[in-house]
Structures are given as structure tokens and as C-alpha cells.
Design a protein around this ligand. Structure first.
Ligand code: ADP
Ligand code: MG
Length: 398
């Protein structure tokens, strides 16, 4: 379903509530990765250009008791936002009250204001995270229209997304949310074929619903990473000390049966004797994994098999690294697959969803090779599962 965006409403002179995802990593009080701030700039700039008054807010980390407040204040983010926008950003260190209300009243067209971490309200009975109706109503009362641009929290219904949306006349998507909807939602709805899904990561149990959903939609599902070994076990193979979820073997067997040949697991793996960066590396056929070794990456034959499917794809969706990429010796599978996908551009739609998968591709310096790298770990996972995300559902339909 097509959703309204900032382009579809009048912003001039309006108090525009803007929910962004500024949940950036902080090290010693400094922002160690500002990507989430950068990604939100187009929406905020657009609101300024249109003469709207942007009231920006976000969560940051978890706030469980008073002592968490200092290290999760958004003041440092407000400062950086101001530098990046090259505009003053008024920061109000409160989540409600007179000072905030007065500051909003004093805004002129094109101004930007930011208020404090929405999760400070969690100290008061989890009001933000549990979508307390009074809080959603209060925040909604501060603005005229609501722009949701926080994809990273779209899988949760909180007072700062769904709560506001249910108490305000217009809710629209910002450009970042729009991009995620178009790439992930649009691709799952109308994929150009062949559609190859690539799944990896640690555990089958984390990805059951993604596998089920993508099996329905994709033409081929390539499986690597730690989860592959539960499938090998289901095929009756010996997997040594590789990652195994015993209670998921029957499920893996049923998925293999239902997949009717759609699932491809390859033919070989890289193993070591220990889960460590300096263990000796061996290439093993999946029929010959010694009992004292564990599989830590896909092998060279598997890389070639995976590449042969990727080469012809018009759509690729990838979730989960194919090996323990954190160790150089076991990053090759993930790297070769990323390179093969990068070659498809611009003739195919290629998407990465998943926190560690995105991190792996960025770490390998290959992020330019993809059409879209999702900014939400948990949210992209649930989107790929085919779930309806409350933070998207609450946006007005076109
Ligand atoms: P994402 O965040 O992209 O959804 P996951 O969280 O499911 O991905 O999985 C990422 C983790 O899976 C990485 O830390 C990686 O080391 C691990 N992993 C990949 N292959 C293996 C393997 N063969 N054995 C154990 N862990 C693995
Ligand atoms: Mg992860």
C-alpha cells in the first residue's frame, strides 16, 4: 500500500513533529558513527526549505533508571545535527513541559528544535515504549502534522510513533522511511525475477520466519553461515562441532522438503578446530567434516555455486553474513558474495537487511555496490519476515 510522504502535505508555517532514529553509538560521550544523523538530513532540510518548523525527536539507548540519563542525553546529537545542517538547533533538555511548549511557540518558519530522548519517559512507567495513550496525545498536541522518519523503530509501537499518529490529523513518511518502504516493501511485493535470497548469520531460530517468507517469494534461497549446519544435520550429515540447534533439525528438514529444491546450501565449508581468529583453516566437503572441527565460512565451491545464481539475478535480498566475518580467515565467503552482488549494479535491485550483514559489507568497504543497505537491523528483519510494521502502518495511505 502506497504511503503519503512529506511531499504530499502543506508544511509552510506548520509545527512539524519529526520522529527520527538518532540512536547513534556513543563512545566516551562522542558519536562514533553519525550515519543515522546524516540519513535524516534530507527530510529535515526539506521541511526547512518548505517553511515548516521542525520539532525533531528520537530515542537513544535504553533508559532504565535515573543514572542512565546523563549518558543517554541527546544534547551531543543536537549539537552535531546543527553542524551538519549548518543551522542553529535549539535543544530543550526535557520531554514535556513549559520550557518545551514555550520554545515551540517561539519558533519561526524554517527553525529546527530538538527535544530530549523520548525514552526518558520510560522512567515513568515505560510510557514511551509501551505507547502510553496520554503521552502520545501530549506529544501530538505540540504539533500540527507528524512526519515519521524512524525506520529503525518501525517494528515497535511506541508513543513517539504510533501514539502520535493516532492523535494527529496527518501522518506522513520522511524520505528515509519512504526509501525503506520502496526498497524492502516494494521488492517483496513485486520482485523482478530471478529473485535470489541469501540467508546467513548465526542461528536458524532467529531467521525461521524470514526463511519461510522468502521461500514463498524468491526463486532461489542460498543458505550459509552458522544456520546452514542445522540444515546439513537435517540432511543426515556429520557436522563436527559446528553450530547446531538440535531442536530445529526437524524444522530444517520440513523446510527442505517444502522448498522443493529452492534451497541451496553449497558443497563445501571452511573449518577450524576452534572458534578463533588464528585457528588453522581447512576446506572440507560437507560430507567430510571431521568430528573435532567446526564450520566457520562457506567454501570455494560453494562460493562458485552461489555466484552462478547471483550472476543472473534481477533481485537480490541478503540477510546474515555467510561466515564469521569478524575473523579475516572466515570473511572470504561474505566478501566474494558481496563482490558478486556488486557486479549486478545497476541492472538489478540489491538489498541488504540485517545489522551484522550491513556492518560486514561496510567493514569490507563494499557498501557502494548495493542498491540499498537498510538502516534498521531488527526492523528490516521483521519487514523481511513479511510482518506489518506498526511504524509504517500508522502512516496515512495515499
Ligand atoms: P544479521 O544481524 O545480519 O541479521 P545475525 O545476527 O543473524 O546477522 O548473524 C551474525 C553473526 O553470525 C555474525 O556475528 C557471524 O560471526 C555469525 N556467523 C556467521 N557464520 C557463522 C558460523 N559458521 N558459525 C558461527 N557463527 C557464524
Ligand atoms: Mg545481528
Amino acid at each position: 500500500m502506497a504511503k503519503k510522504t512529506v511531499r504530499d502535505i502543506e508544511l509552510k508555517g506548520k509545527k512539524v513533529l519529526v520522529r527520527v532514529d538518532f540512536n547513534v553509538p556513543l563512545k566516551n560521550g562522542e558519536i562514533s558513527d553519525e550515519n543515522r544523523i546524516v540519513e535524516a538530513l534530507p527530510t529535515i532540510r526539506y521541511i526547512q526549505e518548505q517553511g515548516g518548523r521542525a520539532i525533531v525527536f528520537s530515542h537513544l539507548g535504553r533508559v532504565k533508571d535515573e543514572s542512565d540519563k546523563e549518558k543517554s542525553s541527546l544534547s551531543v546529537v543536537a549539537k552535531r545535527l546543527s553542524e551538519l545542517l549548518k543551522t542553529p538547533v535549539t535543544f530543550i533538555p526535557e520531554t514535556r513541559g513549559k520550557a518545551l511548549e514555550e520554545a515551540i511557540k517561539a519558533m519561526s518558519d524554517g527553525d529546527v528544535l530538538m527535544f530530549e530522548n523520548t525514552r526518558f519517559e520510560d522512567l515513568n512507567g515505560k510510557k514511551e515504549s509501551k505507547n502510553d495513550p496520554e503521552l502520545g496525545r501530549y506529544w501530538a498536541s505540540l504539533g500540527d502534522v507528524f512526519v515519521n522518519d524512524a525506520f529503525g523503530t518501525a517494528h515497535r509501537d511506541a508513543a513517539s510513533n504510533v501514539g502520535i499518529a493516532s492523535n494527529i490529523e496527518h501522518t506522513v513518511a520522511g524520505f528515509l522511511l519512504e526509501k525503506e518502504i520502496n526498497f524492502i516493501g516494494g521488492t517483496l511485493e513485486h520482485p523482478e525475477r530471478p529473485f535470489v535470497a541469501i540467508l546467513g548469520g548465526a542461528k536458524v531460530s532467529d531467521k525461521i520466519e524470514v526463511i519461510e517468507n522468502l521461500l514463498k517469494i524468491a526463486d532461489k534461497v542460498l543458505i550459509g553461515g552458522g544456520m546452514a549446519f542445522t540444515f546439513f544435520k537435517a540432511m543426515g550429515k556429520e557436522i563436527g562441532k559446528s553450530l547446531l540447534e538440535d531442536d530445529k533439525v526437524a524444522l530444517a528438514q520440513s523446510l527442505l522438503e517444502r522448498a522443493g529444491g529452492k534451497i541451496e546450501l553449497g558443497e563445501d565449508v571452511l573449518t577450524g578446530k576452534a572458534f578463533s581468529s588464528d585457528t588453522e583453516v581447512n576446506v572440507r566437503s560437507i560430507d567430510q567434516i571431521p568430528s573435532d572441527e567446526l564450520g566457520l565460512d562457506i567454501g570455494p565451491k560453494t562460493i562458485d555455486i552461489f555466484k552462478s545464481y547471483i550472476k543472473n539475478a534481477k533481485t537480490v535480498v541478503w540477510n546474515g553474513p555467510l561466515g564469521v566475518f569478524e575473523f579475516d580467515a572466515f570473511a572470504e565467503g561474505t566478501k566474494q558474495v558481496a563482490l558478486a552482488i556488486a557486479e549486478l549494479k545497476p541492472h538489478a535491485t540489491t538489498i541488504i537487511g540485517g545489522g551484522d550483514s550491513a556492518a560486514a559489507v561496510i567493514q569490507l568497504g563494499l557498501s557502494q555496490g548495493f542498491s540499498h543497505i537498510s538502516t534498521g537491523g531488527g526492523a528490516s528483519l521483521e519487514y523481511l519476515e513479511g510482518k506489518i510494521l506498526p511504524g509504517i502502518q500508522c502512516v496515512d495511505d495515499k
